[in-house]
Design a protein around this ligand. Structure first.
Ligand code: NAP
Ligand code: MG
Length: 494
């Protein structure tokens, strides 16, 4: 038997790539500046990451534009493009352990998650869009017999992507996959907390045969590098995932520069509606537990509110307590761990500030609820009962392992509460009644609705929301449309 991997030791031995990746090469920032990347689990500086400013963004966009204009990717035979994307995906899987470790060290996630979810899903997204390249057809319009009218999809040019730290590689892949499949170039600005995995993936792109300049990674501060990318006059579209506050700024930057297209994916306050005809409260509790405590609640679609119809709350809470007995919380380097600490001290302080609100308006802790000042940034899975639907706790995105329970008299009130935030990313209903499931699913205002399940996700279906959750849609074949523009070509035949 081989000895178990000592992930912690391997983490200490990591020598991550930390320079900007432009035109197929790692380079320093023009200014020579760097920022410190801190490992959340031990506060250690893992890397001094090159800190891009407007000059570096300009270099990256220029290299993306050059390769777009010379057509070496855009005009490549679809079959060859597909082969490169598939090779890139395969290389990610070959380097799975290294990528998973980089992602874990950088974000504090459990190594078991990055090995089984983050890396394989990123590779799947890239191969899935690679496969789509030679299976997508354009259209011929029903024009009069004396003409041919073609409707084709043309790539936009250079895409800018500004992405968050909660699923660094995965969320980046949701932009990279469809953008490259349609023939665009891309410049990715990772979050300060989490640049390392995407920087490593860049090198693999070149190894797979992607022409230099098609894929660039430009780490840096949001207000500097992110802003410069969103304001760049040669960026055709900016694809953003993160907070509504920054999303608003991105819209403004686009308006004040070249009116580039903007896609926003901005988080949520997703409801799990549990009705008293739910036939399996144990299954519901398990899905509810995973839905909020996975990734320590740092998921845009996290099911952070349960809305429980009268009569079943005590039984549901008992099942949730039972769920936690076998839910492993702790050291991120133990492959059995299912939930570890938060990504950063500032995220911990943010979650603590919400825990401070408990009890101000009759809220009651069922379990967890303690703030942490600890270096491990670990906040215990928390359940708070008696939360008012209109309170700050129930309205604002906490982004931590904090589940709120809100009472509902009946299904109608439950749906009204579920729809009663400015977010609309996802929601679920638990009921044994098929007709009710259909009618209530229609009434839920959310980009994704689950019935008797939560968090079933794959690249095959779109994700995105309404209102404060943004309006962009990542994933699925529909995303290809969002990285291209329709072109009409009329040809006279007589
Ligand atoms: P954020 O500030 O919106 O950051 C997301 C990305 O935008 C990062 O790459 C960030 O760079 C960049 N950015 C920041 N300011 C910018 C600016 N002025 N112009 C252009 N880009 C800019 O989100 P956060 O601070 O990481 O998290 C705050 C909250 O946002 C969370 O607590 C959560 O509620 C929400 N959030 C949602 C999602 C989601 O999946 N929808 C993901 C993460 C966070 P820096 O890293 O350098 O700041
Ligand atoms: Mg980090």
């Amino acid at each position: 038997m081989t000895a178990p991997t000592n992930w912690h030791q391997r983490a200490l031995d990591l020598k991550p790539e930390s320079k900007i990746f432009i035109n197929g090469k790692y380079v320093d920032a023009a200014s020579g500046k760097t920022f410190e990347d801190i490992a959340p689990h031990d506060d250690r500086v893992i890397a001094h990451v090159a800190s891009a400013d407007a000059e570096d963004i300009d270099r990256a966009v220029k290299s993306g534009k050059k390769v777009f204009d010379d057509g070496s990717w855009r005009e490549m035979n679809p079959r060859d493009k597909k082969a490169i994307m598939l090779r890139w995906s395969a290389l990610m899987l070959e380097k799975k352990e290294e990528l998973a470790l980089l992602e874990a060290v950088d974000t504090g996630k459990p190594i078991g998650d990055t090995l089984s979810v983050d890396v394989p899903n990123t590779a799947r997204v890239i191969s899935w869009y690679g496969e789509a390249i030679d299976k997508r057809y354009d259209e011929v319009a029903p024009a009069p017999r004396n003409a041919l009218a073609m409707i084709t999809r043309e790539p936009l040019g250079v895409i800018g992507a500004v992405v968050p730290w909660n699923y660094p590689m995965m969320i980046a892949s949701w932009k990279i996959g469809p953008a490259l499949a349609m023939g665009n170039s891309i410049v990715v600005k990772p979050a300060e907390n989490s640049s390392l995995s995407t920087l490593k993936v860049a090198e693999l792109a070149i190894e797979a045969g992607l022409p230099a300049g098609v894929f660039n990674v430009v780490p840096g501060l949001g207000a500097e590098a992110g802003q410069a990318l969103a304001r760049h006059m040669d960026v055709a579209k900016i694809a953003f995932t993160g907070s509504p506050a920054v999303g608003r700024k991105i819209l403004q930057y686009a308006a004040e520069s070249n009116m580039k297209q903007v896609a926003l994916e901005l988080g949520g306050k997703s409801a799990q509606v549990v009705l008293n005809d739910c036939t399996d409260l144990e299954a519901a509790a398990s899905a509810i537990g995973w839905g909020i405590y996975y990734n320590a609640g740092q998921t845009c679609s996290a099911g952070s509110r349960i809305i429980v119809e009268k009569g079943i709350k005590e039984e549901l809470f008992a099942h949730l307590r039972k769920f936690l007995e076998s839910f492993a919380v702790g050291n991120q380097f133990d492959p059995a761990t299912q939930m570890a600490g938060l990504v950063s001290k500032s995220q911990r302080d943010r979650v603590n500030s919400y825990l401070d609100l408990i009890g101000h308006d009759g809220e009651k802790i069922i379990f967890g609820g303690e703030k942490t000042r600890g270096a491990d940034l670990l906040i215990a899975p928390t359940l708070i009962d008696n939360v008012k639907a209109t309170s700050r706790l129930a309205q604002e995105e906490i982004f931590g392992p904090v589940l709120l329970s809100i009472d509902a008299r009946d299904a109608d009130e439950a749906i009204a509460i579920a729809n009663g935030t400015d977010y609309s990313l996802a929601a679920s209903i638990w009921t044994g009644n098929v007709a009710k499931a259909h009618t209530l699913a229609r009434r839920l205002r959310a980009g994704t609705v689950w019935v008797n399940t939560f968090d079933m996700v794959d690249v095959i279906t779109p994700i995105g929301g309404f209102g404060l959750s943004g309006s962009g849609r990542d994933k699925s074949l529909h995303a290809l449309d969002t990285y291209s523009a329709l072109k009409t070509t009329w040809i006279a035949l007589n």
